[in-house]
Design a protein around this ligand. Structure first.
Ligand code: ZN
Length: 332
């Protein structure tokens, strides 16, 4: 459940627990929105003995809860698996769980589907046999996208042609920087078209995040801190038509991300790190500069750079990034 809370937060929502049992009622908030959810969650484990289960299949075993799964008005029931190493969830169709079940029923997802979610935000697996159920793998940042649309996601199971559109959106290839073109006319309902749009947007976002964090090996480019306190920042923000290229990204710890976006510290086009002396002087005057020396000492003189040169931040974007954050670039 701690993973659920982290995921809800990384989706940009706040969350509170209503009880500490399993299944757990939680409530997520964002702006004026509030969503109540009942979460069933188990670890994803490899299915059965080798040779019996298909290779590369993971499953959750529904144990220690009595059937049927609780559903009702005013809350959304989620049936989830969590893969600790890959750090992704799998969501299964609650409406397909029977009223009664045997000793420990299980539901499956494929490993390659989980891997797609780590780099694209989502991955989909529709079993060709049996009931044709759709399993949805998703990254923590996609948690609320899934939670608020889960019935629509699982509806795709009834439309195998449309699942192909989802798979097209999340397949792996080198064309990672652009949104993919999708023929929305091929999608039969408004709700499912909305899901396709969401998946396409998440893909660009998650893919950027995965590439940037991996290029910097999860170090902050300004202080080299790791500790999983590092995010992927855009040099030229998306709102300013910044792209999702790795060269428009910097891995930054929370402190330096905020400081960078406010223009308090900046990296110039030659990757030198510079501190806004005017802002610093103002803080000294009003005596709000405690720990200033520690802050300055923790900053590297130059950016910590990725291993591969093609991942280096582009000089052009760094200049534009300075301009947008109120720095003069002519003297740089
Ligand atoms: Zn840092």
């Amino acid at each position: 459940m701690a993973r659920v809370q982290e995921a809800v937060n990384s989706s940009g929502w706040q969350m509170i627990f209503e009880n500490d049992e399993h299944p757990c009622f939680v409530r997520a908030f964002r702006d004026g929105d509030s969503v109540r959810m009942l979460v069933y969650i188990w670890r994803l484990t490899r299915g059965g003995p080798t040779g019996v289960r298909p290779e590369g299949e993971f499953r959750i075993q529904i144990t220690s809860v009595n059937p049927p799964l609780r559903t009702g008005r005013g809350f959304t029931t989620l049936l989830l698996g969590w893969h600790e190493d890959l750090e992704v969830f799998a969501g299964f169709d609650v409406s397909r769980r029977p009223e009664r079940w045997g000793a420990s029923p299980s539901v499956q997802v494929r490993e390659d589907t989980l891997r797609l979610a780590t780099t694209n935000g989502f991955g989909f697996y529709r079993r060709a046999t049996g009931t044709g159920e759709l399993a949805v793998a998703f990254a923590p940042g996609s948690f609320m996208d899934y939670a608020t649309n889960q019935a629509r996601f699982h509806e795709f199971a009834e439309h195998p042609d449309e699942v192909r559109v989802l798979n097209h959106l999340t397949r792996e290839d080198d064309d990672i920087d652009r949104e993919r073109h999708v023929d929305l006319d091929r999608i039969g309902s408004h709700g499912r078209r909305q899901v396709v749009r969401t998946v396409n947007e998440r893909r660009g976002h998650e893919n950027f995040r995965a590439r940037v964090l991996s290029a910097y090996r999860r170090h902050c480019a300004m202080c080299a801190l790791q500790l999983d306190l590092v995010v992927a920042a855009h040099i030229v923000p998306v709102e300013e038509h910044g792209t999702n290229e790795t060269t428009n990204g910097l891995a930054l710890c929370y402190l330096h991300h905020e400081a960078y976006d406010r223009g308090f510290v900046i990296a110039d086009h030659e990757c030198h790190i510079r501190v806004n002396e005017i802002a610093l002087e103002r803080l000294r005057r009003i005596q709000r500069n405690s720990k200033e020396q520690e802050f300055l000492q923790n900053l590297r003189p130059d950016l910590f750079l990725p291993e591969r040169q093609e991942d280096y931040p582009s000089a052009h974007y760094l200049r534009r990034g300075m301009e947008l954050r109120g720095w003069p670039t002519h003297a740089a």
